[in-house]
Each structure stands twice: as C-alpha cells, then as structure tokens.
Write a new protein. Structure first.
Length: 186
C-alpha cells in the first residue's frame, strides 16, 4: 500500500481536474445480476468522475496484484458504480453548487465535452478507448472556455490544496471497497 501513496496523490489531483462524460463501454458482470437502473449514473459529470477514478483504482490494483480475468471483469463492471458514487458524489457536491454541476453536465454532454473526456481518460491510463479523433477548432475553443468556469476552477483549487495524505485518505475507501467486491487479496 505504501507504494501507492504517490500514485493516489498524483492520481487524485488529476481526477479532480478532469470533469466530463465518459463514452467507455463498461461491462456488467453476469455473475451478480443487479437492478441496472440503480447502477446507471445520470449526471455526465459524476459519470466521468466515476470512470476516471475507476481507471486509477484499477491501474493501482493491477500494479499491486496479479489479477485474474474474473477480477479484471469485476473491476470494470458497472456493479462498482454505487461504491464510487458513495465516495465521490458527496465530495463533489460539497465543492460545487447544484447550478455548477448542471453547468458541468451541460458542457460535458456536448461533443467538445466528450472529446475532453477522452483526452483526460487517456491521460489517466484508461484502456480500450475508441480511436482518438482530434477536437475541432470550435471544440478546442469550447474546452478552453470550460476550464475557466467555476465548476472546473473550484475543484482544481480544492485538489491543489490537498496534501498527499488527504489524497490517500480520499482514495482508500474506493480501493478497499473494490478489493472486497472483487475478492482481491494478498
């Protein structure tokens, strides 16, 4: 776990500055049938936060453990969404107003927001993304405007103020919930 300290600290700073909607296809594990409606995330902003944090948790688990195919499928399934939402939703709602979250949702539902998502998920180490298509000049302009908005600036300021230990404390519940859910142990 010690070797993950810097990973979590750096990863959290990255995830806190990444805001948008992921177009990843996420697997549903047939081993645990669940009410799908409860697993779907309706906010593009929160969907992005779940996907980027999932990417970082999965990458850290892959670095620490030799995972079976079943464990890899489990980690990428939407059945983990409630674990992520339990940690992420109150955190981001504590930083942003409902109006700011709606503004983020509106932006990240656009083509520019989706391309921004893909860029940032690639930087976070996401796998199995579709071939990258460069944003148009107009999309680049929309992205540049978005990163000056309060929904981006406030989250970045909060993450910049976080200590390494704060980042670990934030990510640890996600790490623990996912290792338990997917039966991962030393």
């Amino acid at each position: 776990m010690k070797k993950l300290t810097k990973f979590f600290a750096l990863s959290f700073v990255l995830s806190s500055t990444l805001i948008t909607h992921s177009q990843n296809a996420i697997a549903v594990s047939p081993a645990n049938p669940t009410d799908i409606e409860k697993l779907l995330i309706k906010s593009p902003y929160m969907n992005f936060q779940v996907n980027v944090n999932r990417t970082m948790i999965v990458n850290s688990l892959k670095a620490e453990y030799e995972l079976s195919e079943e464990q890899n499928v489990c980690l990428s399934s939407i059945e983990g969404n409630p674990n992520y939402m339990e940690v992420l939703e109150p955190y981001f709602k504590g930083i942003l107003t409902e109006e700011e979250i709606k503004e983020a949702d509106d932006f990240f539902s656009t083509g520019a927001g989706q391309k921004f998502t893909e860029i940032l998920l690639r930087q976070a180490g996401a796998e199995n993304l579709p071939p990258f298509i460069e944003p148009t000049t107009e999309e680049k302009s929309e992205i540049a405007k978005a990163i000056t908005k309060p929904f981006f600036v406030k989250v970045k300021a909060k993450s910049d103020a976080m200590s390494e230990q704060d980042a670990i404390n934030f990510a640890l519940p996600l790490y623990e919930k996912e290792t338990a859910r997917c039966n991962i142990s030393s």
